[in-house]
Design a protein around this ligand. Structure first.
Ligand code: ZN
Length: 777
C-alpha cells in the first residue's frame, strides 16, 4: 500500500463484510420471490442476469435443534443485548450531536481509532437478518432506532461542516487526505462507508424501512459526488486503500432502485490492478492483503449479474478457483498474517495468525453467488460445507452466551482458538472493547446460517446443498420440507416432504466429492439414480405428501496432504476435519501421526484415537476444538518410499515427463533413479493403500474413474475418490497384484508391452504376466 505506514502494519488487522447479496428471481408479488415471513421486502427493480438458482428468503428456512441453532441463538443474545446508544457514540460525536451520556466504546470503535464507525453497518445487517429469519422484534427495533439516529447525524452535516449525505465517525477531511494520495494513517475510509451502505440496504430490503432507503441514497449520492470529480487515474490510486465491497453494494443499489446511475458509480470501484490479472487467469495473489480482495470479487460477480459482461464473471470464477485451489487450508480458510502467500504454500505457513475469519465469510458469499450461475458445479458447495463447518462454526466460542468469536484460527501445532489482534485485547471478542472486522462479519454469518441450505430454480426443482436440521417453507408451491439429521456425526439425512407435494417434480441433492457409494432412498426404497461423487443426484417422481427421502453419504477417514508437502496432512472424516486434542500441552512441531492407527471409538460421536509421536491422542471434530491446544496438521511422513517394477521386463512405474499435474500418465521407465519412480504406500480403509508419488504428491487413479479394461492409469490430487485405493495381494513368488478398489481391475501395461514408455492401464484379471508387480523396498 502507498501509505507510509499502512493500517496493516499499524494495527495488524482488519477486514470487511459480505455484500448484500440475497437475490430473488421473480417480479414483485410473486410468491416465490415473496416477502420474508417477518418483513416487507421491496422487490428489486432489475432482475439478475444469468441466474439459474435462487435462495429462499431468510424467513422461509428455520433452523431446528443443532449446533448451528445454538450458534445463532448466542449471536441473537448479543444482538438483543448491545446498547445502540454506545454504538452511536462516534457517529454522534463526529456529526456534532450530543452523545447523550453514552459511554464510548473501545477496540476498533474507540474514539481515536482510525476507521471507527465500521461495525455499525454490520450490526444493521445482522439485526435485519435476525428479524427476517426469526421475527425477533428487539433486533428490528434496534435497527430502526439506529437508522433514525443516523438520519439525524446526516441532517446535521451543515452544522458539522460536512457535505450533504456524509455519514461517518471521523471527519470528511480523511477523504481529502485519501484523494490526495496521503491517507490518514490507518484509515480505510471507503471500507467503513461500504459497511454503512450495506447495512442500510439490508434494513431497507428486509425491514422495508423507507428511512433506511433515504439515508442510504443520500450517502450513496455523496459517494457519487465525491468520486465523480476524480480522474480515472486518481480513482485507481484511491483504490489502493482497502475499500470493502463498494463495487458490490453500489451495484446492488442499482438493482434495488432500477437507477442505472448506481452501476456507473459502482464501476469506478473496479480495481484494475487486481481485476486485470484475474481476468487473464493469472494468480498474482501472493503478497496481497487477502480480505481486501475477496469483497472486490463479490462485486465482480454482482456486476456480471447486473450487466452480463462475461469479464466480470470470469474474474470472480477465476479468483474462486485460485483461492480455493491454491490458497486454502484444510479447514476452508485462507491467509496467514492476513495475506495471501505463494500458490500452494500451505504447510509452509502453519502459524498462529492463519485464516482470518472475514475472508471465509466473504468466500462463502462468493461461492453462493457463483453457485446461482452454475448450479451443477457441486464442488462449489463442497467448499462451502468445508469452510462453513470446519472454520465458521468453530469461529464462535460455544462457552460464551454472547457467542464471541476468534479473529484468526491458529493452525500452528498446539494452537488454540481465541486469537485476536493486539488492538482489542488479542483473545476473544468482547461486548464493547474489540469490535474488529471479524466480529462484525461473524454477526452477519451467524444470523444467516440457513441461507444456503436450499435453493430453487424458479420453477419446480428444489436443490438441497447442506445437511442441517431445518424446515423449509416453499411458499410458492405450498410445500414444506423438514430435514432431520445428526450429520456429520451420522452420514445420513432425512427429508420429509409435506403439503401440496403432488405432481412430478425434481429434488436435487449434492453428492459430495469425498463420499463413495452414496445412496438415495424414497420411503425406504433405494432409488435407481446416479449418485456420482461430486455431482447432484436428482430424484424426479410423482410425489405425495409424507414422502420421505433418505440420503446416505458414506464417510471415510483419510489424510489430505498439504499441496506443498506430501508428508504433512490433515485428517478428515467425510466433510469434517479432525484435530488432535493436546490439552494444555505446548507443541513445538507437528506431531508425527501413525496414519494407520486412526480409529473411530464410537458411533454416537465423532470420537477417534490414534498414535502420534508414539503416544495415544484423541481426535475430534475441529469445529468442536475449544478450550484446548490442538493440531490440525500432522507430520504424516516417515513412510518408506518404494519402487514398483513390472514383472515382465523389470521397468519401474513412473509419471510421463515427471509431470506434477493432475492427469499425468503413469508409464514404465528404466530405473534411472528419478524421484517420480518413488512411491509411498499410504494405508487407507479396508487394508487398501493409496499409491502416492513422492515427486508430485499426487496419487494413482484411473481416468474418469473408469471401470473399463484398458482405461488409463494416471496421477491425481488426493481427493479421496474410490479409484485412488488399491489392494496389494502377495502372490508368494515375490510379485503381487495391485487391484483397484473401485473398478476391481488390475494394474497392468497396455498391450503387455515391455517397452520403455509403455503406458500403464487397468486390465482384467486374465493371468498375463504384466498384471504382476514387484515392490522394491
Ligand atoms: Zn476480519
Amino acid at each position: 500500500m502507498p501509505a507510509p505506514l499502512s493500517r496493516r502494519r499499524l494495527l495488524q488487522a482488519a477486514g470487511t463484510t459480505a455484500a448484500a447479496t440475497a437475490v430473488g428471481p421473480l417480479a414483485a408479488g410473486s410468491p416465490a420471490a415473496g416477502s420474508p415471513a417477518h418483513g416487507a421486502t421491496p422487490a428489486p427493480v432489475r432482475p439478475d442476469v444469468g441466474t439459474l438458482a435462487f435462495p429462499f428468503d431468510l424467513g422461509r428456512v428455520r433452523l431446528t435443534a443443532s449446533r448451528w441453532l445454538d450458534n445463532q441463538n448466542r449471536t441473537l443474545n448479543y444482538l438483543r443485548f448491545v446498547d445502540v446508544d454506545r454504538l452511536l457514540y462516534n457517529f454522534r460525536a463526529n456529526h456534532r450531536l450530543s452523545t447523550g451520556g453514552a459511554a464510548a466504546t473501545g477496540g476498533w470503535e474507540a474514539p481515536d481509532f482510525p476507521f471507527r464507525s465500521h461495525v455499525q453497518g454490520h450490526f444493521l445487517t445482522a439485526w435485519a437478518q435476525a428479524y427476517a429469519a426469526t421475527g425477533d422484534t428487539v433486533c428490528r427495533d434496534k435497527a430502526l432506532y439506529m437508522v433514525a439516529e443516523l438520519a439525524k447525524c446526516q441532517a446535521n452535516n451543515g452544522a458539522a461542516g460536512f457535505g450533504a449525505g456524509y455519514l461517518c465517525g471521523y471527519p470528511e477531511s480523511d477523504f481529502d487526505a485519501l484523494e490526495s494520495g496521503a491517507p490518514v494513517n490507518g484509515n480505510v475510509p471507503y471500507y467503513t462507508v461500504h459497511k454503512t451502505l450495506a447495512g442500510l440496504l439490508e434494513v431497507w430490503r428486509l425491514l422495508g424501512s423507507a428511512r433506511a432507503r433515504d439515508v442510504l441514497l443520500a450517502l450513496a449520492d455523496w459517494v457519487d459526488r465525491r468520486t465523480g470529480r476524480l480522474s480515472t487515474a486518481r480513482m485507481q490510486a484511491v483504490l489502493e486503500t482497502e475499500f470493502g465491497g463498494m463495487n458490490a453494494v453500489l451495484t446492488d443499489l442499482g438493482r434495488q432502485t432500477g437507477d442505472a446511475r448506481w452501476r456507473a458509480v459502482a464501476q469506478r470501484f473496479d480495481h484494475a490492478a487486481v481485476f486485470d490479472p484475474l481476468a487473464a487467469n493469472q494468480d498474482r495473489l501472493a503478497g496481497l492483503h487477502a480480505n481486501t480482495q475477496v469483497p472486490k470479487w463479490i462485486g465482480a460477480v454482482r456486476a456480471y449479474k447486473a450487466t452480463g459482461t462475461t469479464r466480470y464473471r470470469d474474474i470472480a470464477a477465476n479468483a474462486w478457483n485460485m483461492c480455493v485451489g491454491a490458497h486454502t487450508y484444510a479447514i476452508g480458510g485462507n491467509s496467514q498474517a492476513e495475506h495471501f502467500r505463494a500458490p500452494n504454500a500451505i504447510a509452509a505457513h502453519l502459524a498462529n495468525d492463519t485464516c482470518e475469519s472475514c475472508n471465509t465469510v466473504n468466500m462463502l458469499a462468493l461461492t453462493r453467488e457463483l453457485f446461482t450461475l452454475t448450479p451443477d458445479r457441486a464442488e462449489l458447495f463442497d467448499f462451502y460445507e468445508q469452510a462453513w463447518l470446519n472454520h465458521m462454526t468453530g469461529q464462535q466460542n460455544p462457552a460464551d452466551p454472547h457467542g464471541h468469536v476468534t479473529y484468526f484460527t491458529p493452525l500452528r501445532p498446539g494452537g488454540r482458538r481465541g486469537v485476536g489482534p493486539a488492538w482489542g485485547g488479542g483473545t476473544w471478542s468482547t461486548d464493547y472493547t474489540t469490535f474488529w472486522c471479524c466480529q462484525g462479519t461473524g454477526l452477519e454469518m451467524h444470523t444467516r446460517l440457513m441461507d444456503s441450505v436450499y435453493f430453487h430454480d424458479g420453477g419446480t426443482t428444489l436443490t438441497v446443498n447442506l445437511f442441517v436440521p431445518s424446515v423449509l417453507t416453499w411458499a410458492a408451491r405450498g410445500i414444506t420440507v423438514t430435514q432431520t439429521t445428526s450429520y456429520p456425526v451420522s452420514d445420513t439425512t432425512t427429508l420429509r416432504i409435506t403439503g401440496d407435494a403432488g405432481g412430478t417434480w425434481a429434488l436435487r441433492v449434492r453428492i459430495p466429492g469425498w463420499t463413495d457409494g452414496a445412496v438415495v432412498g424414497v420411503n425406504g426404497v433405494a432409488q435407481d439414480i446416479t449418485a456420482t461423487p461430486g455431482t447432484y443426484a436428482t430424484v424426479e417422481r410423482a410425489w405425495a405428501s409424507g414422502d420421505t427421502v433418505t440420503v446416505r453419504l458414506p464417510m471415510r477417514t483419510v489424510v489430505r496432504p498439504a499441496p506443498d508437502n506430501p508428508n504433512v496432512g490433515a485428517v478428515t472424516h467425510g466433510p469434517v476435519v479432525l484435530s488432535g486434542d493436546y490439552g494444555d500441552t505446548a507443541l513445538s512441531s507437528l506431531p508425527s501421526l501413525d496414519v494407520g492407527s486412526v480409529r473411530r471409538t464410537g458411533s454416537a460421536a465423532l470420537a477417534f484415537t490414534a498414535t502420534a509421536d508414539g503416544a495415544a491422542v484423541d481426535l475430534g471434530p475441529f469445529h468442536d476444538a475449544h478450550g484446548h491446544n490442538y493440531t490440525v496438521y500432522w507430520n504424516t511422513g516417515g513412510l518408506a518410499s518404494v519402487r514398483i517394477a513390472n514383472a515382465v521386463g523389470g521397468l519401474v512405474l513412473g509419471i510421463q515427463d515427471m509431470s506434477t499435474a493432475d492427469g499425468g500418465r503413469a508409464l514404465l521407465w528404466t530405473d534411472s533413479g528419478t524421484a517420480d519412480h518413488d512411491w509411498e504406500l499410504v494405508p487407507d480403509a479396508g487394508g487398501t493403500h493409496r499409491l502416492r508419488n513422492v515427486h508430485s504428491g499426487k496419487v494413482l487413479g484411473v481416468l474418469d474413474m473408469s471401470t473399463a479394461d484398458g482405461a488409463a492409469v494416471l496421477q491425481w490430487s488426493d481427493n479421496g475418490t474410490a479409484d485412488h485405493r488399491w489392494t496389494l495381494q502377495d502372490l508368494g513368488d515375490g510379485t503381487c497384484t495391485i487391484r483397484n478398489a473401485h473398478s476391481g481391475k488390475l494394474l497392468a501395461v497396455r498391450n503387455g508391452s515391455p517397452a520403455v514408455g509403455a503406458f500403464v492401464v487397468q486390465d482384467a484379471d486374465d493371468g498375463t504376466a504384466d498384471n504382476r508387480w514387484r515392490v522394491l523396498r
